[in-house]
Design a protein around this ligand. Structure first.
Ligand code: 5AD
Length: 339
């Protein structure tokens, strides 16, 4: 599929044609990664951040939120919950905070998690912390790293990240992570102000050319306490998000694709299911201690900020079974690329 064809799909509202896209994406998903839905326990380790991303509610410039970093015991308790639920992986996510999360401390946390949960895959999502930190954490036992590109268009990337040295540094960080031996995930927000169809099509092509193991996408959700909160989004709707998931499955058949929380935030009823039936095969339930969740508001009314992890987990598994899918067991590693 070339750029023009991707754009055609992104723009179409022909329901019969879209039905064939959904079916093909679902068939490729089943053939390549099977019916199992892998669950990853998301732990929002810290909302401290030195970055000034123009869209993100926990950007350094937002002085209206109080900042926290979980203690080791709190992180291990969250991991214990994920273990109790049988999740194959935990994701340690945080704002970018070298001071709040010193490299050595994170390495110790990783080692403690490994001691407590020898089988679990440890995924990090801690931003751009430099090759040295990436290596230290990999040696400590981390397996995967998530670092979204946010946009493949360097000009749009700059608008999104006014204080960042530039898109090519993000690209370099992704390459470092791959070289160090992580399974690497990236992704974009969909429909940010100023984004064009061509940009989104290029994003999807880039997922393929980067040979990613995981691709996460979700709609851009304006946050009032950010510079972009008042600008007009372009196509941050559910249909465009679902098309992006389906097209990603077709272009990158073997990757792990989450049905994201941002998608569920714009369709609480069935966002997760719709993602799963149009190409996605992963969900990342939040296992952060509930009292911290409202402080991790990267976008407004993030789904599942109050519900206890136990309730969410039980309902989620029921919904997965009701779709005729199964709950993944084991780590749910990415399919190894043919070498
Ligand atoms: N709307 C949607 N997604 C957002 N993210 C951050 N802020 C927003 C927002 N306002 C996403 C980014 C980031 C991920 C952790 O959350 O893509 O990589």
């Amino acid at each position: 599929m070339n750029r023009a064809e991707i754009i055609h799909w992104l723009r179409t509202s022909d329901e019969a044609a879209l039905e064939s896209l959904w079916q093909e994406a679902d068939a490729v998903r089943r053939r390549e990664v099977g019916d199992a839905v892998h669950l990853r326990g998301l732990i929002e380790v810290s909302n401290r951040c030195v970055q000034q991303c123009a869209y993100c509610g926990i950007r350094a410039g937002n002085r209206t939120i109080s900042r926290y970093t979980l203690r080791l015991e709190e992180i291990l308790a969250s991991v214990a919950l994920a273990q109790q639920f049988g999740y194959g992986s935990v994701v340690l996510q945080a704002g970018e905070t070298p001071q709040g999360l010193p490299t050595e401390w994170v390495a110790e946390v990783i080692q403690e998690i490994r001691r407590q949960a020898p089988e679990i895959a440890i995924t990090l999502s801690l931003g751009e912390r430099g090759e040295k930190a990436f290596e230290t954490w990999r040696l400590a036992g981390a397996n995967r790293y998530l670092l979204r590109m946010e946009s493949s268009n360097p000009t749009l990337f700059r608008k999104l990240h006014p204080q960042h040295p530039g898109w090519e540094f993000r690209l370099a960080a992704l390459k470092q992570l791959q070289k160090i031996g992580y399974e690497v995930g990236s992704g974009v927000m969909i429909g940010v102000p100023g984004e064009t169809w061509d940009d989104l099509a290029a994003d999807i092509e880039m997922f393929r050319s980067l040979e990613l193991d995981m691709v996460g996408v979700g709609p851009f959700l304006p946050h009032p306490q950010t510079p972009m909160g008042t600008e007009k989004p372009t196509f941050n709707d559910e249909l465009t998000t679902l098309k992006t998931i389906a097209l990603t499955r077709l272009l990158c058949p073997g990757v792990n694709i989450p049905s994201t929380t941002a998608l569920a935030a714009i369709d609480r009823e069935s966002g997760h299911e719709r993602g799963l039936s149009r190409g996605a095969n992963v969900i990342m339930p939040n296992v952060t201690p509930p009292s911290y969740r409202q402080l991790y508001e990267i976008y407004p009314s993030k789904a599942n900020t109050s519900e206890a992890a136990e309730t969410f987990d039980r309902k989620l598994k029921e919904r997965i079974w009701a779709m005729g899918r199964t709950v993944g067991t084991g780590r749910g590693n990415a399919k190894r690329k043919p070498s």
